[in-house]
Ligand binder design. Structure first.
Ligand SMILES: Nc1ncnc2c1ncn2[C@@H]1O[C@H](COP(=O)(O)OP(=O)(O)OP(=O)(O)O)[C@@H](O)[C@H]1O
Length: 586
């Protein structure tokens, strides 16, 4: 059963009753709004907690009217008419006052005289005793109010703790001495603290860095240092037990949030590396072998050969696959921005910067893989900074002096000849060696002709699905043309070609010569002898054509020429001589 307001402060009410009785030497009785005797002195002290609803007619009247009542002749007053004690009542005088809390009457205080002496004493100054009683009623009411307030605070606090426990962010409540008074589950988890950390001192200072508008704090608990970003709020409750609340997010959560927002939906596995040529098979075997190492990888290959696909495949098969893969194209971002993209900055780092600060790709990739594409295009001054980060595995955001430890695997890629760039003083030699720990060469498509057919099939499936167009296949002749082509743009060019051909395909659903891009057909025509001339060619002409076609297929680079010479069964010096001959005859 719900207890009344006076029951909740019964001890205090009994004390008040005793004091009144002691001071004025008259018995006191205090009842609550349910007519339960809360306190009593003299003969009433034995009947505390008794239900008085069968008697107590005067109290009922006071509770109903909210007015004080003075009965000089108990038994003769009209209020006593229905009392079962009428006629045998020992009371000589009764003075009653309501106890009021706000709008509510929560009880009644009664002064009862059993002796003529007492009655005489009261009658000498009824008004004084009346005021005295009202004053005591006010004290009791103040006590009841205090109790109600503290109950309300307890309820509020309970509710607040429930909220605190259910938020995802970490919450630490500190007292005036900086000790933990409350900690929620999320904070325990993030900081790896047990719930018995209550009472532990916390040293906390803003680092003056901020990210996305939220301050970063260095927090030390039990000799462990944490860098947390969050809001530190002062509690203005006036209670020293609750001085400050720190609501925080661990950096890793902030970063993974940003990573989730920025990551590209491009799940790549080893299966996405289409191809069955010995070169591709060797490449796949190498990737699997090096996957779990942390060493830096440098992928070299012409544009469009699939360097990014290779980098993603390494990530996918590595033990970092559930951690971020963050890519940045060093050639696509202006030099001015590249530094902040890579290293991030804190608020106020430079004019024009996002006032909330920025997390750099290095930090975003922490625990995962950072893919630095087109590394050959990185400006020299950033190469120095990159080298330092790679050596020390530590980073300082622009405008900050805070060292951040990195656990990162770096994969760099380039289609440039870095050694040539070193000679031209455009690339640092020390950085080259730091990156080139595991070199991976992705051969151009013309050197892995066996990949063309599976790639064409996979691309036909991809684009026919994308365009919702039924493609039955590609005829042998057209496939032959594709296999003979030198693919200077590599797989990217092949992909564009297949996309074009599917667009051009008629209802038959076959990719034929007619679906080839015009430029493709023109280049074919240029290399096909005019009708009727072929049979009159000299052997030398045929040799020249054959050599030119080999160089076209393997590429007009040193590597390409080496491959062409090998394929033609001649030495590289002979090839160069023949090429000079061709030049001279043209
Ligand atoms: N082995 C492969 N199997 C299937 N698709 C591939 C393969 N290699 C590359 N591709 C596709 O070819 C295109 C170019 O690949 P990617 O961007 O990885 O090349 P890249 O060498 O990084 O080029 P760049 O040097 O220009 O950045 C992409 O669409 C990619 O999906």
């Amino acid at each position: 059963m719900k207890s009344s307001v006076l029951q909740e402060i019964q001890d205090a009410v009994i004390q008040y009753a005793k004091i009144i009785a002691h001071v004025i030497r008259v018995d006191v009785e205090i009842v609550d709004d349910g007519l339960v005797r809360i306190a009593g002195t003299g003969i009433y002290s034995k009947g505390i907690n008794e239900d008085m609803s069968g008697e107590g007619f005067v109290y009922k009247h006071v509770l109903a009217t909210g007015k004080s009542q003075y009965i000089e002749e108990p038994g003769k007053h009209e209020l006593c008419d229905s009392c079962p004690q009428q006629g045998c009542c020992a009371e000589k005088l009764e003075l009653c006052t309501p106890v009021v809390l706000g709008e509510e009457i929560i009880g009644v205080i009664g002064l009862i005289c059993f002796e003529e002496e007492q009655k005489k004493q009261l009658l000498q100054d009824v008004t004084f005793y009346q005021l005295f009683l009202e004053q005591i009623a006010d004290f009791i009411s103040a006590k009841a109010y205090e109790r109600q307030e503290s109950k309300r605070n307890e309820r509020m606090m309970g509710m607040l703790l429930q909220v605190i426990d259910n938020v995802d962010k970490g919450v630490l409540v500190l007292d005036g001495d900086g000790k933990i008074v409350q900690i929620n589950e999320s904070a325990c988890k993030q900081l790896q603290l047990a719930a018995d950390c209550i009472g532990k001192p916390v040293a906390m200072a803003a680092t003056s860095d901020s990210l996305l508008g939220v301050e970063e704090y260095k927090v030390v608990i039990d000799h462990t240092t944490y860098f947390l970003i969050g809001n530190l709020l002062s509690v203005s409750s006036g209670l020293p037990a609750y001085d400050r609340i720190f609501i925080f997010n661990e950096m890793k959560n902030v970063k993974s949030g940003i990573y989730d927002l920025t990551k590209v939906a491009m799940p790549v596995t080893m299966d996405n590396l289409v191809g069955c040529s010995p070169e591709t098979q060797q490449l796949k075997a190498k990737l699997t072998k090096l996957a779990d190492s942390n060493s830096t990888v440098l992928i070299i290959g012409e544009s469009g050969t699939g360097k990014e696909v290779v980098a993603r495949a390494i990530h996918a098969v590595s033990n970092r696959s559930d951690k971020p893969f963050i890519g940045i194209n060093c050639a696509a971002i202006p030099d001015m921005l590249l530094e902040s993209e890579l290293f991030g900055y804190v608020k106020g780092a430079f004019s024009g910067a996002d006032p909330r600060g920025k997390i750099g790709k290095f930090e975003l990739a922490n625990k995962g893989v950072l893919f630095l594409d087109e590394i050959g295009d990185m400006p020299l001054y950033l190469q120095v900074k990159l080298l330092r980060v790679l050596q020390e595995r530590k980073l300082v955001r622009i405008g900050s002096n805070q060292l951040i430890s990195l656990d990162i695997r770096v994969i760099a890629a380039t289609n440039k000849d870095l050694k040539e760039l070193i000679r031209e003083k455009k690339f640092r030699e020390d950085l080259y060696y730091r990156l080139n720990v595991i070199p991976i060469e992705v051969p151009p498509l013309r050197e892995r002709v066996d990949d063309i057919e599976p790639l064409v099939n996979s691309l036909m499936a991809k684009y026919s699905g994308l365009f919702n167009k039924k493609v039955r296949g590609i005829d042998r002749e057209t496939m032959g043309i594709l296999m003979q082509y030198s693919w200077p743009g590599n797989i990217r060019e092949l992909e564009n070609t297949i996309e074009f051909m599917i667009n051009m395909a008629d209802e038959s659903g076959w990719l034929t010569k007619c679906t080839l891009p015009r430029s493709f057909q023109e280049s074919q025509a240029a290399h096909t002898p005019p009708a009727g001339m072929g049979e009159f060619k000299t052997l030398r002409q045929l040799e020249h054509e054959h050599i030119s076609s080999a160089v076209r297929r393997f590429g007009d680079t040193t590597q390409g020429k080496l491959a062409a010479a090998k394929q033609l069964g001649i030495g590289i010096a002979t090839l160069y001589r023949k090429l000079r001959e061709i030049e001279e005859t043209q």
